[in-house]
Design a protein around this ligand. Structure first.
Ligand code: NCD
Ligand code: ZN
Length: 360
């Protein structure tokens, strides 16, 4: 095996550097204990989203949360949580800079206030955080952006495209040196914008947005387990995401946005946004790449482009995925104390699975 080329036998086996997940919600308490092992089993590192209640705002909050995550990771899993801070209009640039200098945080997350789950303390006026962004640009700390406009007048399917025009482009003009990740992109508009920028901008893409379009949310009735934010868009957008993910372009990499919620909170008169994909993320992703004839690019998307953007080494360990001829039974809901958390159902038979991880 060479360092650079994945070993591929399409239809049978794929050996790649151990993947990382650049956008993960692990929650806290009993849910953290229940879901963390699914991420730590398959991913060497994960960018941990800070939208707890209350959010992870200060460096000290991130240190405490990191310790709770490590306590929830099973012995024998080689996993490093990469912490983020939740940007508010009161965030102190010095606190952010100190946390970055200490190696405690890898990035800062911008949630427009009200854009998604637990974003009430987010940023209302992005100009109010310009001093923090200026400092982040100076020290090279990436800004991760939930890219949806929040004006309730804007159609929910247009919010990402409007955000790019009204917020992201002006923000990047004000801070040309700031490294930005546009998170969980869902539109051809976002893909085109990221492609139009030479350096300093990348995008994560989830597994579910490569699999479902917006019809999945409404097929035969309202299907809350396919509801997430940004909401899935039209088929032409899904196809653009698949093309970007499988293109080999290093500006696109995996961020599953695995976002567990109890079934009772999803199946509700006001069902919350978020899809729990961690247990099947790599299996579904391998299916997508195989279908696109792009298994040779799987390693780039899952294991190489993310570390390259963040200036980190690729994981030493190798992950072996195998494709079984017969499909296997989809994972049962994950139990967290009294709650059940449904696992994403891609509505295709699962053949790929993670077989093992070799340390080197
Ligand atoms: C996420 C969550 O549940 O925390 N939900 C989602 O639909 N993706 C928040 C987010 O990343 O938008
Ligand atoms: Zn998310």
């Amino acid at each position: 095996m060479t360092d650079n080329a994945p070993t591929t036998t399409p239809g049978a086996e794929l050996v790649i550097r151990r993947p990382d997940d650049w956008h993960v919600h692990l929650r806290d308490g009993a849910v953290l204990d229940a879901v963390a092992p699914f991420t730590s089993a398959h991913f060497g590192r994960a960018i941990i989203m800070p939208n707890l209640v209350p959010p992870v705002v200060m460096a000290a909050d991130a240190a405490g949360y990191r310790a709770r995550i490590l306590a929830a990771v099973p012995a024998g899993h080689d996993f490093t949580p990469l912490m983020t801070l939740y940007l508010t209009e009161a965030t102190d640039p010095d606190d952010v800079a100190a946390a970055a200098r200490d190696g405690l945080v890898t990035a800062v997350k911008l949630y427009p206030a009200g854009a998604t789950t637990n974003s009430a303390s987010g940023v209302r006026d992005v100009r109010a955080v310009d001093a923090v962004l200026e400092r982040m640009a100076a020290i090279g700390l990436p800004l991760l952006i939930h890219g949806e406009a929040t004006d309730p007048e804007i159609d929910i399917f247009d919010r990402e495209a409007v955000f790019i025009d009204r917020v992201l482009i002006p923000l990047r003009q004000r801070h040309p040196g700031l490294r930005v990740v546009l998170e969980h992109v869902t539109t051809v508009d976002a893909v085109d914008y990221v492609r139009s920028v030479e350096a300093g901008l990348a995008a994560t893409i989830t597994v579910h947005h490569l699999v479902i379009n917006r019809n999945a949310v409404f097929r035969g009735g309202l299907r809350p387990h396919y509801f997430c934010l940004p909401v899935a868009k039209r088929e032409r957008h899904r196809l653009a995401l698949r093309a970007a993910a499988t293109s080999g372009d290093p500006r696109f990499f995996l961020g599953t946005d695995t976002a567990p919620h109890p079934v009772t909170a999803k199946e509700s008169a006001c069902g919350c946004a978020g899809i729990f994909t961690a247990p099947v993320a790599l299996a579904c992703l391998a299916h997508v790449f195989e279908a696109e004839g792009a298994l040779d690019r799987f390693e780039g998307f899952a294991s190489r482009h993310g570390p390259a953007f963040y200036g980190l080494p690729v994981n030493d360990a190798r992950t072996r995925l195998v494709r079984d001829a017969a499909p296997y039974t989809p994972p049962a809901p994950v139990l967290a104390r009294d709650d059940a958390i449904a696992v994403f159902d891609p509505e295709f038979p699962l053949h790929w699975r993670v077989a093992d991880t070799q340390p080197t």
